[in-house]
Design a protein around this ligand. Sequence first.
Ligand SMILES: C[S@@+](CC[C@H](N)C(=O)[O-])C[C@H]1O[C@@H](n2cnc3c(N)ncnc32)[C@H](O)[C@@H]1O
Length: 276
Amino acid sequence: MTTLTKTSFLTAVGLGPGDPEWITVKAVRAIEQAQVVFAPRSRDGDASLALRIAEPWLRPEQRIVELALPMTRDPDLLTPAWEAAADQIAAALQPGAQGVYLLLGDPLLYGTFTYLWSELAQRHPHVQVSVVPGVTSFAAAAARAGVVLATTSERVAILPASYETDAAVLQRLLADFETVILMKVGAALPRVLDALETLGLLDAAVYAERVGMPEERIVDDLRTLRTETEPRPYLSLLIVRRSPRAPIRLPVQGAWPSTISPTSTSPTSTASPESL
Ligand SMILES: C[S@@+](CC[C@H](N)C(=O)[O-])C[C@H]1O[C@@H](n2cnc3c(N)ncnc32)[C@H](O)[C@@H]1O
């Protein structure tokens, strides 16, 4: 009985990777109905990237809570930070209140929400959680670059490039899967390019960064990336495709431009905002 009267609601909302028009109708409805909007705080002190993407649908009367989430892989720092963030969410949601937690792409693909969800389930089970899926960054990148992700019996693997340090692993996966999607590329790009060159696959890959944002960049001649000295941003990925059935890129006629102009959604930092 006590639990019922205390119940509050939190929806993890996938915003898609950048263009506000990639936010689903259901996501917009969840955002509009929320009294409290949670978003991960940006590392460089700028307004949260997720908040900037969702900005066209936020209302002035909504309470915005930016959560400081850890940018570390150290479990001794991570666990207390996730616990504190879960406590903050539970405290901000009055009984009966609805909140949304905004994330880039899809909430359940390398999203911070999975940790928060688990802490909420243990510490604050009266917060009822639901999830609205979002357009993933790789689906958007494939659409923008004209890359077929898979046909018929082809297999697709998704890897976090910044954690893959062994070229042999990449080599093995590329032997087993027609398409390999490398996410979290950023600073790992030189290493990935080395591996692709060794495997003779430089011409079989497309690089995409800040997809759906004003600064979007799609590169199909990966050799040009070799000559650049600036590290590439964390919001970057590679699609490697060795299918005999379809070329790496098919002609795609421009984009459907967004009718909504978000403020620049580009994080100024190239550091890894793992809190996305
Ligand atoms: C923490 S993961 C979040 C993934 C996200 N949940 C999704 O569904 O795509 C961050 C990684 O997603 C990819 N990413 C997210 N947004 C992107 C964008 N707009 N352009 C290119 N890559 C993006 C990058 O590989 C980045 O390193």
